[in-house]
Ligand binder design. Structure first.
Ligand SMILES: [Zn+2]
Ligand SMILES: [Zn+2]
Length: 392
């Protein structure tokens, strides 16, 4: 029995029942017809024998809910949608409802990319049942996609939702993913549309390879689509909102599961890898989980000690206690005021003090400084330096 025979046979008509007949109605119709056309009751009547075979075959399928569903699905796919012999004649050229076949991308259900899966199920179930050579078209995982995004310094610390424009391989729009210029591909005769060919079997497992003639697609273009060159896949770009977690750093590559290209035939989507570029901040720097900031202090603050207000990123300022005699360039730590870590805690803010020197000093301040110079005239800050220079 060929594919075409199977699709063309109307088992409902054979049994004389409506398409929505209940199991009981089918059983009743079958019994009545079987009795009528049974070979025992029609000895030597070839037509009756032929009819009896048809009735049995119809009952085999419609009498088994699982097989009946497969049959209905197959007919929905080919039958009512206008199955007809194609220009090539000899059968095997189908006219599909492309919306049904390829429109289901990303729906995640049975119908997503339903063609291969549907056929594999139907024919695997009905014609290879029990055999070792059952072939099925496997769902295929979508491609991983790599993209880039530039975040501001603050966005990188706090996390951000950013629009990301991505291009990926998707079903070609021009030919609805069929690869055929007119959208009317033929079912591949080599694999009968399953996209797979048996390699052999062992231990109850059947091994399959992608069909070499249709590259695993189950379809062959009569006339290749000019846009996708018959592959059925084309570059498509889309924009999606992507959540970048808090605490990413410049050059980091983050993986967003399932945000890549959609899968084929109900397969899962690929992953999206985003390479993050982070802009500079006018005040803060970054060392891993820690943020850095340089804070100017006056000479009296450094010498005598004091409290210094320090800005933080996205929060209120913190006050740091400067011990007396803090040297220029000393770094102190404001705990928990740094970048967000993976576990949600924060690194520290590393505060480096820089003693600022006034450009010009006048008035009271000048008097005070002059007095200070007088008072420290005997302290030579370079005495040690000269001593050491002599030593070596
Ligand atoms: Zn093939
Ligand atoms: Zn195309």
């Amino acid at each position: 029995m060929s594919t075409k025979d199977f699709i063309e046979k109307d088992y409902y008509k054979v049994l004389g029942v409506p398409k929505d007949a209940t199991e009981a109605e089918i059983k009743k119709a079958y019994r009545k017809l079987a009795r009528e056309f049974h070979p025992d009751a029609n000895k030597g009547n070839a037509k009756a024998e032929e009819r009896f075979k048809e009735i049995s075959e119809a009952n085999d399928v419609l009498g088994d809910p699982k097989k009946r569903k497969e049959y209905d699905d197959a007919r929905a796919l080919f039958g009512s949608g206008g199955f007809r012999p194609g220009p090539g004649a000899g059968g095997g050229s189908f006219n599909f409802d492309l919306g049904d076949l390829f429109g289901g991308q990303g729906a995640g259900g049975q119908q997503a990319g339903g063609f291969g899966g549907g056929l594999g199920d139907v024919f695997g179930g009905l014609f290879n049942r029990g055999g070792a050579g059952t072939t099925r078209t496997q769902p295929r995982r979508g491609q991983d996609i790599e993209s880039e995004v530039t975040l501001s310094f603050t966005e990188a610390i706090e996390g951000a939702t950013v629009p990301l424009r991505m291009s990926s391989q998707a079903p070609c729009k021009a030919c609805s993913g069929t690869g055929d210029k007119n959208g009317t591909p033929r079912v591949c005769p080599t694999c009968v549309g399953t996209g797979q060919v048996a390699r052999g079997s062992g231990g109850g497992f059947s091994l399959t390879d992608p069909c070499p003639d249709c590259k695993g697609r189950g379809l062959i273009a009569e006339e290749p689509c000019e846009i996708c060159k018959g592959s059925g896949r084309a570059k498509s770009s889309r924009t999606m909102q992507v959540r970048i977690p808090a605490g990413v750093s410049d050059g980091q590559r983050i993986r967003l599961r399932g945000k890549g290209a959609p899968g084929e035939r109900g397969g899962p989507a690929g992953d999206l890898y985003v390479v993050v570029h982070v802009g500079a901040h006018p005040v803060f720097g970054r060392k891993g989980d820690n943020l850095t900031v340089t804070v100017p202090v006056t000479y009296p603050e450094a010498a005598l000690g004091g409290e210094v207000r320090v800005p933080t990123l996205g929060g209120p300022p913190v006050t740091l206690k400067l011990p007396p005699g803090t040297p220029n360039g000393r770094t102190m730590r404001a705990r928990g005021k740094g970048a967000v870590r993976k576990d949600g805690t924060r690194g520290d803010l590393l505060v480096t003090v820089e003693v600022s020197v006034p450009k010009d000093v006048s008035g009271k301040a000048r008097d005070a400084l002059e007095a200070y110079r007088e008072a420290t005239a005997d302290d030579d800050p370079r005495a040690e330096l000269f001593q050491a220079a002599k030593g070596a």
